[in-house]
Design a protein around this ligand. Sequence first.
Ligand SMILES: Nc1ncnc2c1ncn2[C@@H]1O[C@H](COP(=O)(O)OP(=O)(O)OP(=O)(O)O)[C@@H](O)[C@H]1O
Length: 437
Amino acid sequence: MQAARHVVCALSGGVDSAVAALLLRRRGYQVTGVFMKNWDLLDESGVCTADKDCEDAYRVCQILDIPFRQVSYVKEYWNDVFSDFLNEYEKGRTPNPDIVCNKHIKFSCFFNYAVNNLGADAVATGHYARTSLEDEEVFQQKHIKRPEGLFRNRFEIRNAVKLLQAADSFKDQTFFLSQVSQDALRRTLFPLGGLTKDFVKKIAAENRLHHVLKKKESMGICFVGKRNFENFILQYLQPRPGKFISIEDSEVLGTHKGWFLYTLGQRAKIGGLREPWYVVEKDGTKGDVLVAPRTDHPALYRDLLRTGRVHWIAEEPPAALVRDKMMECHFRFRHQMALGARGLGLSTLGKARALLQGSFSSPSALCADPQSRWHRVGDGCEGCAGSHPGTVCRVLQRGRVPGQWENPAPGAVRLHTAEGQEQSRSGHGGLWRRPQR
Ligand SMILES: Nc1ncnc2c1ncn2[C@@H]1O[C@H](COP(=O)(O)OP(=O)(O)OP(=O)(O)O)[C@@H](O)[C@H]1O
């Protein structure tokens, strides 16, 4: 008789991973539950509930009658996730630590521990996501060692496992999994991928998992908890007092504690002002934050944005991208944002960094060509004058009155490589119209 497949399930002490472990058990696998401690409670008294979560995970294992392990990745989390988080903020970007945690901690440290130390045939988490493999295919495949060089071998490319969205589109967590490696994904099971959250709760209730059912859904950044975000981050980064300046008339509207605290498109709370203002631009040298009134202000919209290296989970970069240095694609730059190729506005632009790997620079390149085409900066369009050579420019129609913009054609995200580096840029077909007053 074949020995039961051994699946190591990451148990957070929450309802999703508890039900994931239960379902794995029902499928007849030998299941081990592992709790990861990633943030040291002693650092921040009483805010992160790691010890309580660990206890809850332990109780889940008792109820399911499976072995329990606890591992600490506090050091790794600090070095790979939290330091990256601070570095990115310092550069004026808005990183997403959950994406980085999945990449470095869950699908690297935990994955290696499960496979190498616990002899797992596969790992599992309570994420709402799916892959292109059935369970049995996960177990049958041989482990393929990743080649040392930059390129994958042909076999690996042909048989690459795809990350697929969950059946419950509201709960889908593929956004957070966008940086996981092919190696880890091909040996991962997502038992909740085909279920809705309501159904998962029902399963928990019917199986004596009330203690996890009662818990609140984890929201926001775990290590920040309920604290004020600005106060939290200023414990780690040097304040850089600066000014809020109106993009319309350069009036100084107020002061802030650090330009890096703001995300492009974010509502800026300016002391003494009742009406909302939104971040348009940040000047790291002077420390100023430029703001615009109203969400539909034309200054809040951009035609181009830039990312760092794009992570391809299952495929090589598409031929179109390699050939044209540009491609169209669907995109999501926020969890729970509808996938689409339209309506990319700066109001959410800052978050785009997270999906496309954390390095959007402030986009530029507005042009004044009536034909509304994409072209390379430097191709003779007068609107390109202020843009960097080598970038790509989306040509827009411009009304007669300065600042009155119209964008005639729906746009799409375009990935673009330039200057020998893999980068992506996107354009949008959202509103470019100045509001009717
Ligand atoms: N501290 C942890 N230890 C072990 N596994 C974890 C831990 N935190 C998260 N995970 C794993 O990652 C999955 C996704 O975690 P996340 O916190 O993003 O989502 P969640 O929907 O709140 O999950 P849960 O209800 O299981 O807490 C969890 O279901 C679990 O498998």
